[in-house]
Design a protein around this ligand. Structure first.
Ligand code: NAI
Ligand code: CS2
Length: 493
């Protein structure tokens, strides 16, 4: 079978949309060449350039993987081209995206990556490196100088391996050469993600050189964003199915839901593509949108991941199809809703119902296990911030506490059939040691996990309402299982 490449575009079936944009120059370096970036930002860029009437404008993307060579290898062999597949009950749509012009791997192309980051034409450095990729303390948002990815970069800042180290090194090179800054655009599911990354970059820079930190503070922009589109990991079956549909081999296909949203703080120091032409919302304050999405969508997603996995459901749509779980999701969102400053443009109840439908999309198998990853990095913004605000206001936290207890039951590492759970998390070794120490004693297990300051801070373990609620649910999960515990929770007022 021929391989997808620039030279093969003419051989695509008429039903497959060829790239609507093919930028001539590179203006964006993206760190974290994963599925989400390629299903979201790249599609927005293709559409923006196409609708601007300048499909070749120099807003091409150089995608960089910091960790593994796989994505680079797959994409470089296809001139950066790949298929984006929208799947829903209404059907499947495919298109080839064209804005990704280069794929690099830091591990064996350090010089090329650094040259791109230092190039005056590079106006934006965007990121999707997952919540765990920033070397920060999730409970405080501050840089963790002892973090395994940050500490070596502080010792050897000329050869950074972390994203933060790489950004600081390239900004220093720009300061000392042509002096042109760029905009740092975080597209990860983190709270106030622009301000958070700004704080990390400045903290790292200050440890190197106060003058460098001052320059970054004065010249570099870090707009916040809210990003939204459900993009499961690509499977072998997805690749085979797509190859049959496009009549050629595409090793880099990405599958997603049709829905997409991107809300961006409009603060750029060196220009940006006209993303508003593709439906992106350029605003002065992203916070209401971000809080709404992180607490309602991602909060429910994580609750469904842990409770659904424990109840034996491999995919999110299977969990959403259970009336008791759908009822629980609605109640969980109702518990979080009072903490949300609803954006003027949003009908919150319609937004919440749309989330239930999106989770229920049977054409998009999204593994509960994938979402269950990195809970230590996700719980603070998805659940614990909501818990704090409700506790302060004397509002209920029962549904949130059940979701936290389900995370505890999951990281204890053994499922309801006694089979081991493959816990993926930077703190998994600590979880395993705690679970071993407190096997058979859910209350002690709960207290030991609550004592993890990097997740729960100093306040939540000491809050008797929260601690008692989580302890109670964890005991119920071990005694009755997830399905019956969710049903019992729904009986609560
Ligand atoms: P993915 O697994 O396809 O890609 C993750 C990328 O991050 C890979 O390039 C990987 O090498 C890199 N990475 C992982 N750990 C890293 C580290 N410590 N330092 C540097 N790079 C690291 O995942 P996907 O789907 O692209 O998601 C990535 C992030 O995008 C999520 O964590 C989330 O913040 C955001 N996102 C994802 C959505 C989705 O539905 N997949 C939707 C909205 C946001
Ligand atoms: C998911 C998100 O894996 C996860 O943690 O909750 O990636 C989710 O799919 C997106 O945020 C949807 O926009």
């Amino acid at each position: 079978m021929i391989r997808l490449a620039e030279t093969e575009l003419g051989a695509l079936p008429a039903t497959i949309a060829a790239p609507s944009a093919r930028p001539d120059g590179i203006g964006i370096v993206h760190l974290g060449l994963g599925a989400f970036h390629r299903a979201h930002q790249v599609e927005f860029t293709d559409d923006a350039l196409n609708r601007s009437g300048a499909p070749a404008a120099p807003w091409g993307v150089c995608g960089v993987s910091l960790k593994t060579a796989g994505a680079r290898d797959r994409l470089a062999a296809q001139d950066g081209l790949y298929t984006l597949v929208h799947r829903s009950e209404q059907g499947t749509q495919r298109r080839i995206l064209g804005s990704l012009r280069e794929a690099r791997f830091l591990g064996d192309e350090r010089h090329e990556v650094h040259a791109r980051l230092a190039a005056p034409e590079t106006a934006i450095v965007s990121l999707t490196i997952t919540e765990k990729g920033y070397g920060h303390d999730p409970a405080t948002g501050r840089l963790d100088p002892a973090h395994p990815e940050i500490a070596p970069d502080l010792v050897d800042p000329e050869h950074p391996r972390s994203a933060v180290g790489l950004i600081v090194a390239s900004l220093d090179a720009r300061r000392l050469s042509h002096g042109r800054p760029y905009t740092v655009l975080c597209c990860d599911n983190l709270p106030h993600n622009g301000a958070l990354v700004r704080g990390l970059v400045l903290a790292f820079a200050r440890r190197r050189d106060e003058a460098l930190a001052a320059w970054i503070e004065r010249h570099v922009a870090f707009p916040s964003t809210m990003v939204d589109r459900i993009v499961p990991a690509t499977t072998e079956a997805d690749i085979e199915e797509n190859d049959r549909a496009i009549g050629m081999h595409d090793a880099a296909v990405v599958v997603c839901e049709p829905f997409r949203q991107w809300v961006i703080e409009d603060a750029f120091v060196a220009g940006r593509p006209p993303w508003e032409l593709a439906g992106a919302e350029l605003v002065s304050d992203v916070a209401p949108f971000e809080t709404m999405k992180l607490r309602l969508l991602n909060g429910s997603h994580s609750a469904f991941a842990y409770l659904g996995y424990l109840a034996g459901h491999e995919f999110v749509y299977q969990v959403a199809a259970q009336p008791a779980f759908a009822a629980y999701m609605r109640a969980l969102m109702a518990e979080a809703a009072p903490t949300i400053r609803v954006p003027a443009s949003v009908d919150l109840s319609a937004y919440r119902e749309a989330l239930v439908r999106r989770f229920g999309n049977p054409a998009l198998p999204h593994r509960t296990k994938q979402i269950a990853m990195d809970g230590s990095q996700k719980l603070p913004q998805r659940m614990l911030a909501t818990v704090r605000e409700n506790l302060d206001a004397g509002r209920p936290v029962a549904r949130l506490a059940l979701a936290v207890a389900a995370w505890m039951r999951y990281v204890a590492g053994v499922d309801e059939q006694g089979a081991p759970i493959e816990v993926a998390d930077p703190l998994k070794a600590e979880f395993a040691a705690i679970a071993q120490r407190h096997r058979g004693d859910p209350r002690a297990l709960c207290d030991a996990l609550l004592a993890l300051r990097a997740i729960f801070g100093d306040d939540l373990p000491r809050d008797p309402r929260f601690a008692a609620a989580v302890r109670g649910w964890l005991e119920a999960l071990f005694r009755d299982g997830a399905a019956r515990t969710v049903a019992a929770c729904n009986q609560r007022d």
